[in-house]
Write a protein that binds this ligand. Sequence first.
Ligand code: MRU
Length: 350
Amino acid sequence: VKPEVAQLRAVDWSGRAVRILDQTLLPGEVRFLDLLSPEEVAEAIRGLRVRGAPAIGVAAALGVALAGERSSEAALTDSVMRAIESLGSTRPTAVNLSWALGRMRGVVESFVGKHGGARDRAPEMKQALLGEALLIMEEDRALCSKIGENGEPLLEDGHTVLTHCNAGALATAGMGTALAVVYAAVEKGKRIKVIADETRPLLQGARLTAWELVSRDIEVTVICDSAAAWLMKQRRVDCVLIGADRVARNGDLANKVGSYSLAIAAREHQIPFYSACPHSTIDLSLANGSGIQVEERGEEELRVLGSRVVVPDGAGVYNPAFDVVPHAYVSAIITDRGVVRPPYEGKLGG
Ligand code: MRU
């Protein structure tokens, strides 16, 4: 992987389109897609061409701005509200999506509310929508850097960090969440090694985390998900560090399926278990994790491996994409605002 690959942005605004790096093609191919309509953005989010909690929030916000740019003045409010609705239904678990869309809805409401009708101020509203989406993107970049800065002291020189899925630059508009902590530690001169769970069934760990770490010259070893507990038993892991898709007020958190098993194994072996996320991932409307909707994805993600059918006809398949880690297993939550230790209640913002 060439060094300039490290500078690539997972999601960006080209001036006329939402530009994403198509993550379904990695690590084999680096290809950017210019998405020219909110429908194309919705398809890209649903199909995981752009993925990771913060990145889908940013992509959706830009998709709403795009709906505005492309709309006639007369239909502006309707087109934008329709885009918010349809982008909001693409993936249910990461709260960053509804958080970002809520901000975009706020822009529409500020026009409709103040002037009883946005029609005569359509150009202004289009500009305000784009401005808000670009702000969400810029803020996400800054939040990632803050997370890195805040979490970096938790890693010591020589540490080996086990991570799951991809909570790196590819999952955000900036340098990542969990991996931002690794990048900040490396930047400080600490020697950090990463073990990346391959992350079945879609292999975000193997395909994406390993790719972005290799491109930044950080030592990474991919293991199959089921090897993680065994490595912990052998004391080959100093901490587990993952992202999050939604955090409830009490610290229960949803992340890629397999995170819960890691948390149990980490506790059994007295290994710290950290999650890093921006404040946009914290859902203060939820008292605990029982209210988090876990996305269930299609059977084909398990039935077919590459081009080969690996599950016999007649066998059922169940494919939850996330699980919820109870707060009691979480040693600390690293956010842009600081490092929060248990008990989490009342300390996660508001
Ligand atoms: O299904 P994905 O690939 O969107 O799942 C992503 C994750 O589970 C990440 O760990 C999470 O979004 C944190 S990203 C900074």
